[in-house]
Design a protein around this ligand. Sequence first.
Ligand code: FE2
Ligand code: FE2
Length: 198
Amino acid sequence: MGRRESPAKHYEGGLDADMALTARLQRGETLGDRVMKVDHAGEHGAICIYRAQLWFARWRAPDMVGELSGFLAHELRHRALFGAELGRRGRRRCRSYHLCGLGGFALGAVTGLLGRRAIAATTVAIETVVLRHMHEQVAELSATDPAAAATLRDVIADEQEHHDISDRRLTPPGLWPKLINPVVAGSTEAVIWLGMRL
Ligand SMILES: [Fe+2]
Ligand SMILES: [Fe+2]
């Protein structure tokens, strides 16, 4: 798919076009500003997913309540970190913020209702996409925006842990990852794509 952004608003960095971060930036906005904004909205989505999953997990997967509460605490910290960066930069939250929250809540409710393997498959699908994007963001920003890169590195450590803990719950993988991965990974990609261009 070609890039159709107008050249004046088009940022393209990196050596490999496939790996490049592409954003439609507003006047005076840096790539780091935009990444903080999109990731802040994404963390809000994650909070809503875990809140909804926790609600159903008390009934469908009680043994996961402690684990999900820990993930939720991490996501609250991540949103606060990106929010603090936005505040320091004088930037408002993303236009996709409430969409992320609503989508996250719906996804969390459906998968929470489906039970422990669907819950774990959702985290693995999301974190796989999120980790790839965050590693790209760090690579892109470490030279030009050290504060953004440092925040991302801090968050990445937790996201990797969420991925690994949930992935261990999916051996053998069974049916849920096959059903959930395309939908959830695709939606996560779409939300990030949209956030970078809104
Ligand atoms: Fe997070
Ligand atoms: Fe996470």
